[in-house]
Design a protein around this ligand. Structure first.
Ligand code: T4K
Length: 391
């Protein structure tokens, strides 16, 4: 029997720059006394991101959800928006907060992104936009979606929460579509504790987004629209500036963990590994989703999820249930049977992946999965190690 891990192995762990480096930066914040409201670090972080992403149209936010909500509001969309049910619930909530009706369509089985054929089939006279998700950092079918959006005069918006650092033939993924939202949440490989960013095509929207995230203030005495408060603060910006330097290293270390999983899990019956990135895509390895086929693995996805906990390994079922199955969205009718999304949601388990997970630990996680398969297939009475708890 493989011994359980001494310490819990969680699905992710945030990368953080050396504390000393961060404290030095904090001194700068303390000295300036400027804590938020477009301060010097915010401006510097924004400029740095603009340079790296080769754009001038970029706006920072306190978190990704508000970034997406404000993006949709600023674009003045109405009616129906075609979207995926296989995502974190914030994607759909952002539509709801803008009184937009989500129309859920199915995803493709290879990278779990929106199926362009289903998108086209779902367009009605009320459709105004497509909201697609680069789920697990895999780019959607960019050309097909762009073509559909152009032919039907729809806005094309990407929830790129998972996709920071992804490029296609060297071009940042932020360059695709009318607008992309990135999350800088602690669970993301690039983060600012909490935080978010939008990158957009229409320069004319810059001012609108700035107003919307700052109460609609034009100046001290004028409010030009009913905005909210969604500003990134100086400490977030400081962390972002420091984190930027480490992104290539963090992605590289995650890639190594993914390689270990691929090598070690590939031969286990009933485990389907994630499809490799498409040609030209430089991936960022935000998650490591495997599909479990109960019949050949000998145990369901949920069974494996529970058994892993006995070894102190805490995988996650991203994304289960489908968003359309949450009570707040269940009453929405949709014509698409969502067959692929449903299967993915019932079968996918995201294994732990983060920069500080050693290759030895990743190997051990994989060997545990293999052991669970063997024990489950032989249907021996349960003799698993004692249950440990995550703190
Ligand atoms: N669109 C998509 C497609 C998204 O995936 C997300 C966020 C959004 C939009 C919205 O962006 P934000 O508004 O969040 O910027 C997490 C994150 O909270 C969420 O940001 C993320 N997606 C989602 C996929 O995952 P939970 O509920 O799974 O988080 P939690 O607290 O269970 O954390 C997961 C694991 O991470 C823990 O087991 C331990 C580790 N962890 C977490 C935190 C917060 C740490 O080690 N340190 C930490 O500080 O939602």
């Amino acid at each position: 029997m493989i011994e359980p891990f001494q310490e819990p192995i969680l699905v992710t762990r945030p990368f953080l720059p050396p504390l000393g480096e961060f404290c030095e930066g904090l001194e700068e914040v303390w000295t300036s006394g400027w804590l938020t409201n477009n301060g010097p670090l915010h401006r510097k972080f924004q400029r740095e991101l603009c340079d790296r992403l080769e754009t001038d149209n970029l706006c920072l936010f306190s978190n990704g959800t508000l970034a997406l909500q404000i993006a949709l509001q600023g674009m003045q969309l109405s009616g129906e928006v075609i979207t995926t049910p296989f995502t974190f619930v914030a994607t759909t909530h952002a539509l709801y907060w803008n009184k937009l009706r989500p129309v859920f369509v199915d995803i493709e089985p290879d990278h779990y992104t929106l199926d362009p054929e289903r998108v086209e089939a779902a367009i009605t006279p009320w459709t105004t936009a497509i909201l697609a998700v680069h789920v697990y950092g895999h780019p959607c079918r960019l050309n097909e979606l762009a073509d559909i959006a152009r032919r039907h005069n729809l806005k094309l918006i990407y929830d790129a929460a998972h996709a920071f650092g992804v490029t296609i033939n060297g071009k940042p993924i932020a360059h695709y579509g009318d607008l992309s939202m990135f999350s800088f949440h602690a669970t993301k490989l690039f983060h600012t504790f909490e935080g978010g960013m939008i990158v957009f095509r229409d320069r004319g929207l810059c001012k609108t987004f700035d107003y919307l995230k700052n109460f609609g203030f034009e100046n001290e005495t004028e409010v030009v629209m009913p905005g909210t408060n969604a500003k990134m603060n100086e400490v977030q910006a400081l962390l972002g500036l420091q984190m930027l330097e480490y992104v290539p290293e963090v992605i590289e270390r995650r890639a190594r963990v993914a390689e270990v999983y691929r090598a070690e899990l590939g031969d286990i019956p009933g485990i389907r590994l994630p499809s490799p990135p498409r040609d030209g895509v430089s991936h960022n390895y935000p998650h490591f989703p495997v599909e479990i086929d109960e019949a050949s693995f000998g145990l369901s996805r949920d069974g494996l999820y529970e058994k892993l906990k006995h070894y102190n390994v805490f995988a996650r079922r991203y994304f289960y249930p489908l968003v359309c199955d949450f009570p707040c969205y269940r009453s929405l009718s949709h014509c698409d049977p969502l067959t692929v999304a449903r299967t993915a949601s019932e079968r996918i388990l995201c294994l732990p992946i983060y920069d500080s997970l050693t290759t030895e630990d990743a190997e051990r996680v994989a060997r545990i999965v293999a052991e669970i398969h063997v024990l489950s297939s032989s249907q021996e009475p349960e003799r698993g190690p004692s249950l440990l708890r995550a703190d």
